[in-house]
Design a protein around this ligand. Sequence first.
Ligand code: NAP
Length: 262
Amino acid sequence: MDLGIAGRWALVCAASKGLGRASAAALAREGVNLVVNARDPDTLVDTAAWLRTLDPTIEVIAVPGDITTASVRETALAAAPQLDILVNNAGGPPPGDFRNWTAQDWQRAVNANMITPIELIKACVDDMAARGFGRVVNITSSSVKAPIEALGLSNGARAGLTGFVAGIARQARLASNNVTINNLLPGSFDTGRLRSNLASEAKGSGKSVEQTAEERQAKIPAGRFGDPDEFGALCAFLCSALAGYLTGQNVLLDGGAYPGTF
Ligand code: NAP
């Protein structure tokens, strides 16, 4: 299937590992030029070099730095000649007990997982509308639909972003000009983030990481964790020319783990 986006420009935030990297890879395979970002410059440069091998005709620009800061967002936005696609992503907040979280912990989580994507959306959607094409995908979490107790900072901050997106995605000024904004909700995907969450869960329960991982997979109807490439493929489809009528949605990708009908 040709997704019809070869030659477009995408900014993929937090893209040196995991779901962001897999999303950038799926776009690279479609011939999309990329601006990729992450904090550690060495890993980011390696990822950018690998992305170039997926399609030697594309340009890949690496912008290292913390995407939750205004100056890095400005540099990332300015790196492409124009932005047709924005994939919002950042590290998730740490797990814990809400009784121990300070106002500063909440501000950090809300800045990373709500304000940062909103600022990036604000900076590019009107230009996308003026050009008649734009795709925004926010990587959020299945915790938006089914809260995960220990990830209260994530549940709260991402719910705020979700409410905001539900409103603006439906602005006629954007939707009638072929600009779509959707959220992609990962369940359990086999990434560094998942492995570190499993390690902290194992430490708390006294079980091994392997046993903790097995028990978690047994609760997923698919019987396994997701492969980041499966996530990247759906992200690329949401960014495609074919997906112009899909906007304001929360697309859950979780191997059947969420038990509800809707
Ligand atoms: P990951 O494998 O740990 O990768 C995170 C990526 O984000 C890395 O490239 C990291 O590079 C970059 N990053 C983190 N904080 C950043 C920041 N402030 N600025 C720029 N780059 C940053 O994580 P993942 O599993 O792909 O998760 C991605 C997002 O999906 C997270 O928000 C996570 O909470 C959410 N999620 C994941 C799962 C899952 O099962 N994997 C499930 C639900 C939700 P640097 O460290 O070098 O910056």
